[in-house]
Ligand binder design. Structure first.
Ligand SMILES: Cc1cc2nc3c(=O)[nH]c(=O)nc-3n(C[C@H](O)[C@H](O)[C@H](O)COP(=O)(O)OP(=O)(O)OC[C@H]3O[C@@H](n4cnc5c(N)ncnc54)[C@H](O)[C@@H]3O)c2cc1C
Length: 737
């Protein structure tokens, strides 16, 4: 009989089921989304996969075969996800999680296909977020797929912000696209002339309308705005030549040229006329801020899908690597395990899988946060109207007051009844969630795509030479390159880091972040195997470092935490992302454990899967903690000047004769003393006397504690690796390669 200590905990036997994923990612109660996942998957693993396998990515042109995918999207309900039911959409309410799930399914097979679908939503998003009622009604209906009995093709859109060098790129504030008034008859709508060149514009090969950012070139138009262009507008609507992309070839990209006459009613969000000047209600920055805030989450989810999609092909490759060789007979380790008999091959796959889980959890958490935020934003609009608050300044004042109150309440103990308004007061709920969404969105875009691309390289390398061929199962080589585009478009990493460096210092966010440390310790006391305790220590270290950098100067007296000092703010933003992703991963696994227990269909799978996913959490928290410790140490110490062997530097050093004199009173002191200057003036061979770190003592204590907190994380990795070596996978991938 097995003794208690020899009983192995259950572990996963198969890849996670859909039912488990639904609970894990928080849509077990959404039958509509579960259906959407199935229909998106049928398109991804059907027509999309067939097109990739037959070489559809080998052309830059927009081919009929690629165009056919758009119809497949329409047929599967993918195009309609963005719209409301009255506009021809699938379901009412927020759509962030729905769009993220569609992106996940399509990107599981091909990122370009996912982008082709999402770019249509991106084109509509300015109208959806800031358009007038009339604009929303017109373009949403035109872009919705035809209803049964309707004889029309849905309009496709493109979003045009980026311009040829030297204009819009990372710095979206500088626009070369211009807008002038060419006709303004008394009592009539002004007619505008729009000139803009775009660069790398997705969907442009077939777009029927374009939402374009332009600046005023006329003293009768104030500032910038976004304008809707239609392909039938008088003037030039030149789609340009296709971009010679090495990535996402199933989407259309090009450099268009527009020189068109449009009515002023095409200004997104409308305009007012003040003293004979057209004043757009929203400048282009306000529109794109509202748009990217949501759409960047879906991009982050795409890279997560790539990592998780690579697990099954890698396992199959590793297992079958030596089959067919004379020495690899069925039943032998070589035959059954192949490369999985090697620890490193398994450990690296654990890393890929753990990062995939963390990035999916972060991406879906961000999408769910925006689903929660959308209705709150609407309620806030009502609240402003009821209180007669108009104008950005008045709104900011109200939000600032609410933020101060929220921070005050968040500092109270978790069980203090005075905290109640945090859950019931609209303003407080809004500022709290808004501050989190402000961090989750750029974190998901930055971390998922940046770290995801690095891990995709690992995934490719695990397939050896096969990984960098077109025949690689799961198209892993394509996915590696595609991930780099996901890190670039909709604002590359510098943009996300810049945004995080501001939003992560919002006191409302920081107050909640402090609460997360307690939350992680609480989880650790119930579930030590998650690594939540290490994460809590790493979170404390991140907070200490932020505070230190905000209140310290470099060796030359320069302020450390300031916007121009990207060498300080950007790495700290990166460090935060590791923490946020690992936290989301842990919270998801706990949801699976708790809610999954109510699901009869998960009874067989649940315990083993939860144990395995907790081990992945532990692996990920160890990696995240290590990253935080590395980045923080460099920032805390790196801006001090190292003491030299000069007069000032050696002032605190021992001198040989002093030590000799002391030795008779304190025997052994000689062997403890560092940095001893000898009688002849010679000194140890090193950069200078060792640094005294009194001010950073709390940091060093945290560092020592964090190192010890990693206890057990490698045992978790060993367990996860062993589980992967025993896991059953299907005979073949469920899509063609
Ligand atoms: C295939 C594809 C599809 C695209 N689709 C669209 C689309 O549909 N619509 C659209 O409008 N655009 C689109 N783009 C454009 C894309 O959004 C931009 O390429 C991207 O935002 C980066 O701008 P850029 O290429 O001008 O890079 P740059 O601005 O030149 O940046 C290059 C690098 O310089 C650094 N850098 C630049 N500025 C700063 C700064 N202030 N601080 C620190 N570092 C900085 C960053 O590391 C950055 O990664 C697409 C691009 C591609 C390749």
């Amino acid at each position: 009989m097995a003794t208690a200590s020899s009983v192995q905990p259950e572990t996963l036997r198969t890849l996670p089921s859909d039912a488990a994923r639904q609970v894990l990612w928080g849509f077990a109660d959404r039958y509509d989304l579960q259906m959407l996942v199935q229909s998106s998957r049928a398109v991804a693993r059907g027509p999309v996969a067939r097109l990739v396998a037959s070489g559809g990515r080998n052309s830059h042109e927009w081919t009929p075969e690629k165009a056919a995918l758009l119809e497949a999207f329409d047929g599967a309900g993918i195009t309609a996800v963005f719209m409301e039911p009255e506009e021809g959409g699938l379901f009412a309410g927020p759509k962030n999680l729905a769009l993220a799930l569609v992106a996940f399914e399509l990107a599981w097979v091909d990122g370009g296909a996912a982008t082709a679908s999402l770019a249509g939503c991106l084109a509509l998003a300015p109208i959806h977020e800031r358009g007038t009622d009339a604009q929303q009604q017109r373009y949403m209906k035109l872009a919705a797929p035809a209803q049964p009995g309707e004889d029309r093709k849905p309009w496709r859109g493109a979003f045009c912000l980026t311009e040829p060098i030297p204009y819009v790129g990372v710095d979206t504030g500088m626009l070369n696209g211009k807008l002038r008034i060419v006709e303004w008859k008394a009592g009539e709508e002004p007619v505008l002339q729009l000139e803009k060149r775009g660069r790398f514009i997705t969907n442009i090969g077939f777009a029927n309308f374009v939402t374009a950012a332009v600046d005023s070139d006329d003293e009768r138009i104030k500032g910038s705005c976004m304008v809707i262009l239609e392909e039938g507008d008088p003037g030039i609507f030149d789609r340009g030549t296709p971009t010679k992309k090495m990535v996402h070839q199933l989407s259309s990209t090009g450099d268009p040229i527009f020189n068109l006459r449009v009515p002023a009613s095409r200004i997104i969000g409308g305009y007012d006329v003040q003293d004979g000047v057209i004043v757009p209600r929203y400048n282009h920055s306000e529109v794109i801020e509202a748009v990217f805030r949501r759409t960047r989450v879906t991009v982050g989810v795409m890279t997560a899908a790539k990592l998780l999609s690579s697990v099954e092909p890698i396992i199959r490759y590793q297992r079958g690597r030596f089959r067919g060789a004379e020495t690899a007979t069925p039943g032998s380790v070589r035959y059954e395990l192949g490369l999985q008999a090697r620890e490193d091959a398994l450990h690296r796959l654990v890393d890929v899988w753990a990062t995939g889980e963390a990035s999916a959890s972060l991406g879906f958490a961000a999408a769910r946060a925006f689903d929660e935020l959308d209705p709150l934003e609407k309620e806030m609009e009502k609240l402003y109207a009821e209180r007669g608050i108009a104008g950005a300044k008045a709104k900011m004042k109200l939000l600032r007051e609410a933020a101060d109150r929220a921070v005050e309440l968040m500092q109270l103990p978790a069980d203090d009844a005075r905290r109640k308004p945090l859950d019931s007061d609209l303003l407080l709920r809004f500022v709290a969630l808004d501050s989190i969404a402000d961090v989750l969105c750029p974190a998901a875009k930055l971390w998922n795509t940046g770290v995801g691309t690095q891990l995709m390289r690992e995934a490719v390398s695990l397939m050896g030479g096969y990984g960098i061929t077109e025949d690689c199962p799961g198209f892993l080589g394509n996915k590696w390159m595609d991930a780099q585009l996901e890190a670039t478009y909709e604002g590359p990493e510098a943009v996300q880091r810049r945004q995080l460096s501001v939003t992560m210092t919002n006191p409302v966010f920081l107050a909640q972040f402090r609460g997360w440390i307690g939350e992680m310790r609480g989880i650790a006391s119930e579930h030590p195997g998650t690594g939540a305790c290490a994460l809590a220590t790493a979170m404390s270290m991140w907070l200490w470092t932020l505070d230190h950098l905000q209140n310290s100067k470099d060796a030359d007296g320069g302020r450390l935490y300031q916007s121009a000092r990207q060498g300080v703010t950007f790495p700290l933003a990166d460090a935060l992302c590791w923490l946020v992703a690992a936290r989301c991963q842990i919270l998801d696994v706990l949801r699976l454990q708790q809610e999954g227990a109510q699901e009869a269909s998960l009874a067989e799978e649940l315990n083993g899967l939860v144990n395995f996913l907790m081990d992945l959490c532990h692996v990920q928290t160890a990696r995240a903690s290590g990253e935080v410790a590395r980045i923080a140490a460099e920032l805390v110490f790196g801006y001090n000047r190292h003491p030299a062997w000069d007069e000032a530097g050696t002032r605190g050093c021992w001198h040989e004769d002093e030590l000799d004199a002391l030795e008779s009173f304190i025997p052994g002191i000689n062997s403890y003393a560092l940095d001893v200057v000898k009688g002849d003036g010679s000194r140890p061979k090193k950069a200078g006397p060792c640094v005294e770190c009194h001010a950073a003592q709390p940091f060093l204590s945290l560092h020592a504690r964090l190192d010890a907190c990693l206890t057990g994380s490698r045992l978790a990795k060993d367990r996860a690796a062993e589980a992967i070596s025993k896991l059953m996978i299907p005979e073949a991938l469920d899509y063609p390669v």
